[in-house]
Ligand binder design. Sequence first.
Ligand SMILES: Nc1ncnc2c1ncn2[C@@H]1O[C@H](COP(=O)(O)OP(=O)(O)O)[C@@H](O)[C@H]1O
Ligand SMILES: [Mg+2]
Length: 366
Amino acid sequence: MQGAPFVALRNVTRQWHGRGGVADVSLEVGKGDFVSILGPSGCGKSTLLRIIAGLETPQSGTVHISGRDETHVQASRRGLSMVFQSYALFPHLTVRENVLFGMRVRRAPAREREAKLAEATAMLGLEGLERRKPSQLSGGQRQRVALARAVVSGHPLCLMDEPLSNLDAKLRHSVRRDIKALQRRLGLTVIYVTHDQTEAMSLSDTIVLMREGRVEQIGSPQALYAAPETIFAAEFVGEPPMAMVDGAALGAPDTWVGIRPEHLSVATEGKADLIGLVREVEYLGAETHIVVDHDAARGLIVSATGHADWRPGQTIELTLPAKHRVLFDADTGRNKKDPQQNCGASHRQTEPRDSHTAHHPQSVTD
Ligand SMILES: Nc1ncnc2c1ncn2[C@@H]1O[C@H](COP(=O)(O)OP(=O)(O)O)[C@@H](O)[C@H]1O
Ligand SMILES: [Mg+2]
């Protein structure tokens, strides 16, 4: 990101009776960036997005958009569009009327409306569907109508809250590509909420990983993958996730040793770091996942290229190459190396590192 941030949150807190919501969140979004807010259900993603939208007011902290303090500006005056999981289309209006609703309210001239409609329907493959009602559309088409509405609004900032959750797997992929293409083509700034790390990884310039209302790590997808700052980040990002081995089993006490599945390998004669038992073998075509049980490890999965000839119950000897091990302090859960020195310029932190501790004082109940 260059220059002043387009969207900036500073120490934003919004809780209910001292719990839930978000606490002390700071982040910056550059113009034209695609930023995902990622985290498990209930970690405060929607609350954060609603604060940016102006649908929720923080108890403390500020929201700046385009350099202006918008903390107390109402949603309709913030110049942004929103796309929700639930589409939020008017059921009694046609595709055309839904897409043009905002322009009609603004009394935009008919010629401009027609031009915008044609552009948006072409961009999202909705031509020929203009006179249908939402009930006559598939889920994917409905979400494309919601996207077309955001395009037509002409706002440079688009907030999306789990927009793909109601779609089946195949559609999720194609609409995901539509969203990315749209963002690139229009130069939109997108803030995108998801609990799905694959979506966040594939779409984002920057990921804001959240946990229990707080920021766990902010960084590029590569930074989160290669240099997770905490065990939580290591296990949340990546599929299958990073394996965690009790360092005592590897001669590194008081440490958890993390390793990605593609870096685990089957040991050659006598060079094993761990000897485990094959529990499950999943053949996926391009690769095979060998799920391994070991008393000192969790999430131990070897990702082998192509077909790997293993059967449940077999003994398997594994090597964890030293250069691919990520070491975490067993007490704090934090990466023992400073990841900022590790993973290059794309990593950016908007707060002092000490402010995100591994153990949060309050617990959040769903
Ligand atoms: N209006 C509200 N009143 C009380 N608690 C709320 C309210 N909105 C959200 N919360 C709580 O705040 C936490 C975060 O919610 P939310 O932002 O919706 O999480 P996410 O979108 O990550 O699933 C949850 O524990 C939720 O129950
Ligand atoms: Mg939510």
